[in-house]
Design a protein around this ligand. Sequence first.
Ligand SMILES: NC(=O)c1ccc[n+]([C@@H]2O[C@H](COP(=O)([O-])OP(=O)(O)OC[C@H]3O[C@@H](n4cnc5c(N)ncnc54)[C@H](OP(=O)(O)O)[C@@H]3O)[C@@H](O)[C@H]2O)c1
Length: 252
Amino acid sequence: MKTAVITGASCGLGEEYLKQVINQMPDVEEIWLVARRLEKLETLASRFAKHRIRCLSLDLTDTESFEVYRRELEVSKPQIVLLINNAGYGKLGLVAEADCAEQAGMVDLNCRALTAVTVLSIPYMERGAGILNVSSIASFAPTPRMTVYSATKAYVSAFSKSLGEELRPRGITVLTVCPGPMATNFLEVADIVGRSRTFETLPYCYPEQVAKKSLARLLRGKRWYTNRLLYKFYRVLCKLLPHSLVMKFSKT
Ligand SMILES: NC(=O)c1ccc[n+]([C@@H]2O[C@H](COP(=O)([O-])OP(=O)(O)OC[C@H]3O[C@@H](n4cnc5c(N)ncnc54)[C@H](OP(=O)(O)O)[C@@H]3O)[C@@H](O)[C@H]2O)c1
């Protein structure tokens, strides 16, 4: 069965991806939604009752969740036409003062889980399938006060580019998405509200637009999507300038 898998689907950008998969990929026969909060996933799925949606309550920071996902794949044997690795979180603050579990958890979710879900999914993908990995503008240069987060997203961007090259001969496209700030639950989880002048100054991206345009780009075979002209320009600057200089203004 032609299947789309979306992680971090219970709210925010993931919820918008669900709507866009339904709008832009009418061939998809089943959609798997992954997140920890089952009731959120089920409420969301009930809004699209005409569609075949399966809700998987998994804490992707827990290694056991990879085994559960592996078993689901073995039993259902889906044809994964789209994998959206969207689950992720950030935390604002200095590493030296931060909570160890929260910092290490970012690496677990943003890097380790994204890698595991991808590796487990690839055997179920055929020519024409796509992988959409949600990174961030924080991946363009190290970002003091979001040090671990920006490092995890640098991993996501590098992983996606290289994986895209590996999968090119198999006809599988990998797209990296780099949104700027979005008004989602992310800000609350990251404890950013009222604590970062940068976040208060920067223009925001709209999750609906990010989801719509990035999925459309993937379906056109493209490999990169950055929202808003300012952030496209920032990406170029980060390639041209030494990061020691960029960090003077990338600091959150
Ligand atoms: N918002 C921004 O400013 C911004 C900017 C650039 C990039 N991004 C990236 O965009 C992606 C989506 O974020 P968002 O803005 O939509 O934030 P969000 O509203 O907080 O959504 C995060 C999603 O990840 C899921 N999640 C969190 N921890 C999880 C875990 N341990 N296991 C499984 N699922 C987990 C959450 O569901 P549960 O809580 O139900 O598990 C939720 O569905 C993230 O990768 C983020 O890094 C966000």
